[in-house]
Write a protein that binds this ligand. Structure first.
Ligand code: H2B
Length: 99
């Protein structure tokens, strides 16, 4: 079972992950991405989906055309865990440059 991050760890993660917005009840991290087109957006989603399966940890997300809105949270601990940070860092690496 993933462990819930303590408040200091959440604060550090919030400082580190500058592209993400911290949400509450339950704690979560959200980020909205815009790609060049649907094909790029879906290719990105495929990469994230494969990592999610590998980690056994799945994003809440919404896609329309070239936009992908992502929320990360761990249902098993009703908040944030290291798995959410792991996902957020990979997503940042695969995100398109700001446009
Ligand atoms: N994804 C997310 N975001 N939170 C979870 O608590 C979670 C998950 N639990 N994916 C996983 C699946 C768990 O149900 C399985 C058994 O690993």
């Amino acid at each position: 079972m993933p462990e819930k991050l303590n408040p200091a760890r959440v604060a550090a993660a919030n400082q580190e992950l500058t592209n993400w917005t911290l949400g509450q009840t339950p704690q979560s991290l959200s980020r909205s991405l815009e790609f060049v087109d649907f094909k790029q957006a879906f290719a990105f989603m495929t990469r994230v989906a494969l990592l999610a399966e590998e980690l056994g940890h799945h994003p809440e997300w919404f896609n329309v055309y070239k936009r992908v809105d992502i929320t990360l949270s761990t249902h098993d601990c009703d908040g944030l865990s290291e798995l959410d940070l792991r996902m957020a860092r990979s997503i940042d690496q695969w995100a398109p440059p700001a446009r």
